[in-house]
Design a protein around this ligand. Structure first.
Ligand code: IMP
Length: 447
């Protein structure tokens, strides 16, 4: 089977890590193809909670090879810390053995972080993502393949340091980078990661020719896409299916299926328009925040919460062409009297069924809602037990009518079947549609 893409269908944090962890059971490879450590994937396996920022979530299957693809921007110091954390839990050192870094991926240096930390408009994660992509586009960036050549080129090292210092002064950051700093940073990166830097596009292409199964792990979400999202309040990479192949170094025809992950409601971190936003202080918005533990995995910032925006979800389907939807965190909505979902917007008195491109217009859009009756909440043990029972054949049919109606509404509106429903953070707390891609006994994690 060719490659499968798992993508965020909203503004990120949809619960992609869990879906990837489940599908990784059958995958030979798991590949990150864009972004960097602005992402945060949380995987809960029994008592262990893994928070991953760079390592593909497929790491939980110890047979699965891992790639940080050419579309990524990678902070080697963060990768080092994450690998040390992984080693302390598992005593495994995957680097160079089953973890490979694309030689075409861009390196995030301290300079990029310093520059990004000065952002006061977008509300970035401050991890240096945007400045590193900007350097790439300006064709002054440094890729992993370039490091060994740069090390021996004194002129380029001092030109690079000079350029970095000039840029820092434009955003009033009082930090000085010297060519000696760059020399020692590059020497360390090479010493630490030379065993892992490869032409990973070529590796993945051969793997596909050999019949291997590949999971392409999206980060962020379609509404944060640089081209299709709520610009300028977006991340700096293409988060969609088109880049799942390009950012991995394979071709689009090699992606056979693509699943969109969406919460049963909406969250967003950082600034920018959010038509269905609710108050975090009271009512359903507060419940979503509290029960959904809606705090950024990367920055710890509280996420903004709101009702499900089907207009945005449909746009996301237009961009990515999903084979199925995974609706996560349904349990969080338990005990609400009614569940609202947005089917269109009102803009200056007119009803529209799309997201206006200009932020000025999108921020004036008022959501038009429909509602369905709520459902009774359950404890996490009850949800897991229901999920375990569902895997014996009934699948989604085991859910109460009110939840099934909600899922059916989503399916009909977006025109894509729901293939799995998340009812808690544990990897077992998922209810799949019968005979779908998620309908299998979830085996023990192998780490
Ligand atoms: P950047 O990606 O750090 O440049 O941040 C740009 C915008 O994307 C900010 O609003 C961030 O909060 C948001 N963002 C970046 N990564 C994620 C993510 O993984 N989940 C949710 N929001 C994100």
């Amino acid at each position: 089977m060719p490659a499968t893409a798992i993508l965020g269908a909203q503004w990120g944090d949809e619960g992609k890590g869990k879906a990837i962890d489940q599908l990784a059971t059958f995958s030979d490879w798991a590949v990150r193809f864009q972004g960097g450590n602005n992402a945060g994937h949380t995987i809960v396996v029994g008592e262990t909670t893994l928070k991953l920022h760079l390592l593909p979530s497929g790491i939980t299957n110890n047979e699965c090879k891992l790639v940080l693809g050419c579309g990524m921007v990678i902070d080697p110091w963060v990768l080092d810390q994450e690998l040390e954390g992984w080693y302390s839990i598992t005593k495994e050192r995957p680097e160079g053995d089953r973890l490979f870094i694309s030689d075409r991926a861009s390196v995030i240096f301290p300079f990029h972080r310093f520059y990004d930390e000065a952002d006061k408009i977008i509300g970035t994660t401050g991890r240096g993502i945007g400045p590193t992509y900007r350097d790439r586009t300006e064709r002054v960036g440094i890729r992993f393949a370039d490091l060994k050549f740069l090390l021996n080129d004194k002129n380029r090292l001092s030109e690079t340091a000079e350029r970095m210092n000039k840029q820092l002064s434009t955003v009033d950051v009082k930090k000085e980078i010297t060519s000696d700093d760059l020399f020692s940073d590059i020497s360390w990166i090479l010493e630490r990661f030379s065993n892992s830097i490869r032409n990973t596009g070529k590796m993945l292409h051969s793997a596909l020719e050999d019949g291997d199964q590949i999971l392409l792990e999206g980060a962020q979400g379609s509404m944060l896409d640089i081209d299709q999202g709520t610009y300028p309040f977006v991340t700096s990479s293409i988060t969609g299916r088109a880049n799942a192949s390009h950012g991995s170094g394979i071709h689009p025809g090699q992606i056979s299926s693509c699943y969109g992950i969406s919460k049963a409601y909406t969250t967003r971190v950082g600034n920018g328009p959010f038509p269905t936003e609710l108050s975090l202080e009271e009512g359903p918005g507060k419940q979503m925040s509290k029960l959904g533990n809606e705090f950024g995995t990367t920055t710890g910032r509280p996420r903004r919460t709101g009702w499900l925006d089907l207009v945005a979800l449909k746009e996301s389907q237009r961009i990515n062409g999903y084979s199925g939807l995974v609706i996560t965190k349904v349990d969080v909505l338990g005990d609400l009297d009614e569940i609202l979902y947005c089917i269109s917007y009102s803009l200056d008195g007119k009803e529209i069924d799309f997201l206006p491109t200009a932020t000025e217009e999108l921020s004036r859009c008022k959501p038009i809602y429909r509602s369905l009756p709520g459902f009774q909440s359950r404890t996490s043990e009850e949800w897991i037990s229901l999920a375990n029972k569902s895997r014996k054949g009934q699948g989604i049919e085991i859910l109460p009518d009110s939840i099934r109606n909600y899922l059916k509404t989503i399916e009909d509106f977006v025109g894509v079947p729901v293939v799995s429903v998340g009812v808690g953070p544990d990897r077992l707390a998922s209810i799949a549609s019968p005979n779908g891609p998620f309908d299998f006994e979830i085996p023990e994690a192998t780490f």
